[in-house]
Write a protein that binds this ligand. Structure first.
Ligand SMILES: [Zn+2]
Length: 305
């Protein structure tokens, strides 16, 4: 089987066994990067010779020498791949996220290295052009402050200093999250229009005036109080937007003590990726593929304001 080594859910011991050496990690990346056989990144030729104990390749056509990490996020990394793989595993398997401080301790690296590593993994998880949601969706905002305030509160005169997050979730499906400056009608409507299909059947939101007029001829706008009983029933509730806010709250207050607004969107992307892949048995493999295809995040860009 093609992706035999990365199939299905894996636990930490299996991660250490399967990806415990550089050779094993490289073999997996090779499988994922070139499922149809090794191909020269420069001229696309498939006439390739292996050199130096499988770590390097030589293109018979253009003589370019490369490795499986050439031109990828791992091109210039000083960190062993097995540490990257463990960091990826920890990031996707911990429900509320894994902080740089925890990463530092588990991997035995400096705080700076751990912090940068977390950010690079997080950046790769961003969905570049996420599909629009449809069916029945629910929209809500939450406020991130000293303590996160509950849904429906905090819309008053004193806006929190740390950020406002808006989210829309498809019933039993995926979520889209975004940081917004203020929860006014223009912002809320623009967000919903961007992330829901024009023929979405029902948009559920609370009575807040900013949501007024979000429905149209083929989209019903329902307020929370109308549908609360139905929405709260059964399994839907546990994967509802309230659950996402609770995960976010636990991440912010528990894991990411020093969460800054500047990086909040990136944390949301990470939460989105984990939540939207909660039933994906190939999450580890799919995250590796995301990293393989991601652009490299430069440290200087990350710390620039
Ligand atoms: Zn070539």
């Amino acid at each position: 089987m093609r992706h035999a080594r990365t199939e299905s859910h894996i636990n930490m011991m299996q991660t250490m066994d399967r990806f415990g050496t550089e050779e094993k990690c490289r073999a997996v990346l090779e499988e994922l990067r070139w499922p149809d056989g090794i191909c020269c990144p420069r001229c696309k030729s498939t006439k390739i010779s292996r050199i130096r104990d499988r770590a390097q390749f030589d293109c018979d056509a253009c003589r370019y020498q490369f490795s499986v990490t050439s031109g990828t996020i791992w091109h210039d990394t000083h960190l062993p791949l097995r540490k990257w793989f463990m960091a990826i595993y920890l990031t996707i398997e911990s429900k509320k996220g894994f902080s740089a401080n925890q990463m530092k301790q588990v991997l035995g690296v400096s705080y700076k290295t751990a912090w940068f590593l977390c950010h690079r993994i997080r950046a790769a998880m961003t969905e570049q052009s996420p599909a629009q949601l449809n069916g029945t969706v629910k929209c809500d905002e939450t406020y991130i402050g000293e303590r996160m305030r509950g849904r429906g509160r905090g819309r008053g005169a004193s806006l929190p200093s740390k950020g406002i997050v808006i989210g829309v979730i498809q019933r039993g499906g995926k979520i889209r999250l975004q940081v917004i400056d203020k929860p006014d009608r223009k912002t809320l409507h623009a967000f919903i229009k961007k992330h829901t299909a024009p023929d979405t059947e029902v948009i559920i939101a609370d009575e807040f005036k900013g949501y007024k007029g979000i429905g149209d001829h083929d989209t019903l706008h329902e307020t929370v109080s109308h549908v609360q009983k139905e929405w709260a029933r059964g399994t839907v509730h546990t994967n509802g937007i309230e659950n996402v806010w609770s995960l976010l709250e636990r991440s912010v207050t528990g894991t990411y003590h020093k969460l800054s607004v500047k990086h909040l969107d990136a944390y949301l992307d990470e939460l989105e990726w984990r939540f939207n892949n909660r039933d994906n048995s190939y999450l580890f493999r799919d995250t590796l593929i995301k990293l393989l295809n991601s652009k490299n995040l430069e440290y200087r860009d990350l710390i620039a304001s």
